[in-house]
Design a protein around this ligand. Structure first.
Ligand code: ROI
Length: 165
């Protein structure tokens, strides 16, 4: 496995809207702590969110987690995809419902573009279901020169509700 000698901080977006989504997201948060060379450093509240994209699907549960890892970006992506598969990820159609979606949002301050992975995640700055939990967890983290708190504040977060633990 591709490891680095130093630890870096990475942020991961979690989403689910099938088969007990709250349970999928809660379990996945704990499982992030069990990935090799990785530990869970923090996580946001869970949020219920109206679907972005096709509307004929259930609401999502979303959250953002922060991990400290020695995995390279692609090794971390491999681990996240394996974790999705362990939740028997089903994705019936593009932008359709899924049991578990794990998006690598930020990896240190790396800007990167390859066929498998773009960092920061190319859609994160336009998605309230990512920005609002990220701003709760890490208000000072910056994206294209703006803090997550500023980006979240200027975003329409109608349809997004923080859930009580
Ligand atoms: N909509 C919401 N609210 N939350 C998601 O996690 C989510 N994920 C997706 C699409 C289909 C874009 N819509 C979403 O992949």
């Amino acid at each position: 496995m591709d490891a680095r000698s130093d630890r870096v901080t990475a942020y991961i977006g979690l989403g689910s809207n099938l088969d007990g989504p709250r349970e999928h997201v809660s379990r996945a948060l704990k499982e992030l702590d069990t990935l090799p060379l990785t530990h869970l450093a923090g996580y946001s509240s869970l949020y219920a969110s109206a679907p972005v994209g096709p509307q004929d699907q259930p609401d999502f549960i979303n959250a953002v987690a922060c991990v400290s890892t020695r995995l390279s970006p692609l090794a971390l992506l491999d681990q996240l995809q394996a974790l999705e598969q362990r939740h028997r990820r089903v994705r019936q159609r593009h932008w359709g419902p899924r049991t578990l979606d794990l998006d690598l949002l930020l990896y240190a301050d790396l800007q990167w573009q390859t066929s498998r992975l773009t960092l920061p995640h190319p859609a994160m700055h336009e998605r309230a279901f990512v920005l609002v939990p990220l701003a709760e967890l890490a208000p000072e983290v910056t994206l294209a020169g703006k803090t997550s708190a500023t980006l979240a504040k200027h975003h329409n977060s109608a349809g997004l509700h923080r859930l009580l633990p």
